[in-house]
Design a protein around this ligand. Structure first.
Ligand code: NAG
Length: 477
């Protein structure tokens, strides 16, 4: 499947190679976007328990209980510590990806989760709700780093024609994390009043899985060649990922990019803003990564129980309804990946996939999630990529913080129409994507950059050089 170009080899060898790519995706995803989704949803179930814990510890310390609005404030600090950590992580991710490499950064990133799990796991024993807040900050730090580096790592490791599908798996892992977090948060599992420290610390499990699994897979070949200049490791990484396919075309393309970036160093985020040659690329990632959170999908999960409660669903049924939302997202995101992979073979598939993607974006809005993850990899070259992810990630987390904080107020003031602002954001983004974003599927990074070059330097002035009316007409049209 992943190595269609080489009919000489037995299907078994090819299958083995495709397995390695799939396993790489899983190893990166479990400690990456899976954690993001998981940690968004596990905070939902123990809300009232932790609030009670805050009240009780305060009473024990000072002899007076907390006012209910002070508890709510402390709780919103706890919830927003996560995006705040994420923002920090997104900024740290750029330098980490450049200095340590993609894979090492992802591995090292698990240290943050381990710290977070220790903090939250012992918080009740230590009678300190501050530890819960700090733990959420570290959890966010981990998610911020992996949300930026995982799509970079995967998109750089995947073969050209599968890049989009592979990067969309990030969205599937987010959804999987959301659902599992919701399931583990059920009263039958870790949703009991007494087990909330365990529930919050359970995010250490995926971190440990990644620490064991990811070292077996190769570093991003593009990073090895272009950043490190290590052609041998690059080839061996490529061979591990692709098997004995004909690697020359891919290698040649990478070498061309290496030559194009020769002598340059990795860019800083503010240098991207000053460079007119990347204006449209920057604009596109700014729009998409803001929209991804402003469409309200992810912050909905923070408050899922609250929204359903406002909608009048019986209290005891809410956890199961909440799982329904996560499952829908999981199903749509997995379907999207499958359809993207096979859409070239069956003629009606593209339409089905389009309908699916529309349904996906409109109902859950996370359609941008997978694409936003991969877009900076596709539209920026190797030297600008980490900086682009820093910008993209900062916006993403800032907006999650913004919407996460505003969400309860939006629900309160707009009631049943609370999704209208998010819907408007979705429509505007869809229009922007439809009109301004070139198709990137199946193109090499250099081809994509040519496409953008045409937009960044529009040939408006050409009409003055060639004064023929035909020429002017064609330029205008
Ligand atoms: C905080 O605890 C006190 C004493 O147990 C209780 O009376 C009060 O209702 C609690 N406040 C909230 C908001 O739960």
């Amino acid at each position: 499947l992943f190595c269609l170009s080489d009919p000489r080899l037995s299907p078994r060898t090819n299958k083995l190679q495709s397995k390695i790519l799939i396993l790489t995706i899983c190893a990166a995803g479990i400690g990456g976007t899976f954690q993001y989704g998981y940690n968004i949803s596990i905070i939902n179930a123990p809300t009232s328990y932790i609030q009670r814990f805050m009240n009780e510890t305060w009473l024990e310390r000072t002899g007076v209980p907390l006012e209910s609005n002070v508890i709510l404030l402390l709780w919103s600090f706890t919830v927003s510590a996560y995006p705040l950590g994420g923002l920090t992580g997104a900024i740290a991710a750029g330098p980490m990806a450049i200095v340590l490499g993609r894979k090492t950064s992802l591995l090292l990133n698990n240290v943050f989760v381990i710290i977070a799990a220790v903090l939250s796991g012992f918080s009740r024993m230590a009678k300190s709700f501050e530890m819960v807040m700090l733990s959420r900050f570290f959890t966010g730090l981990n998610a911020g780093v992996s949300m930026n580096i995982q799509p970079m790592y995967l998109a750089e490791s995947a073969p050209k024609k599968l890049r989009g599908a592979v990067a969309l798996t990030s969205a599937s892992f987010t959804a999987l994390g959301l659902v599992l977090g919701q399931v583990v948060g059920l009263r039958e599992l870790l949703g009991e009043e007494n087990s909330w420290p365990l529930l919050l610390a359970s995010n250490v499990v995926p971190a440990l899985i990644q620490l064991v699994a990811l070292p077996w897979f190769p570093e991003s070949p593009r990073y090895l060649l272009i950043d490190r200049g290590d052609k041998e490791s690059c080839i061996s990484a490529l061979q591990k990922l692709r098997g004995h396919c004909d690697l020359s075309a891919e290698l040649e393309e990478m070498l061309a990019e290496q030559a194009a970036t020769e002598g340059q160093r990795a860019k800083k985020p503010w240098e991207l803003f000053q460079n007119p040659a990347v204006r449209w690329q920057l604009m596109s990632i700014v729009v998409l990564s803001s929209a991804m959170q402003l469409c309200g999908n992810d912050s909905m999960y923070f408050y899922a129980a609250y929204v359903f409660q406002e909608a009048g669903i019986p209290q005891e049924k809410i956890p199961y309804v909440v799982i329904g939302t996560g499952s829908c997202e999981l199903i749509t995101s997995v379907t999207c990946v499958r359809l993207l992979m096979h859409s070239t073979q069956v003629s009606w598939m593209p339409y089905l996939s389009m309908v699916c993607i529309f349904a996906y974006i409109l109902s859950f809005g996370i359609g941008p999630a997978g694409v936003t993850g991969v877009l900076p990899t596709e539209v920026f070259d190797q030297m600008s990529r980490p900086a682009a992810y820093m910008i993209c990630g900062s916006l993403l987390w800032f907006n999650l913080f913004l919407v996460g904080t505003a969400f309860p107020f939006i629900v309160k003031s707009l009631a049943h129409f609370c999704y209208v602002p998010f819907f408007v954001v979705c429509i505007c983004t869809a229009l922007y994507v439809g009109f301004f974003l070139p198709e990137t599927k199946g193109k090499s990074f250099l081809e994509i950059s040519e496409e953008f070059k045409k937009r960044n330097f529009k040939p408006q002035t050409r009409a003055f050089f060639y004064k023929g009316p035909e020429e002017i007409k064609s330029t205008v049209l």
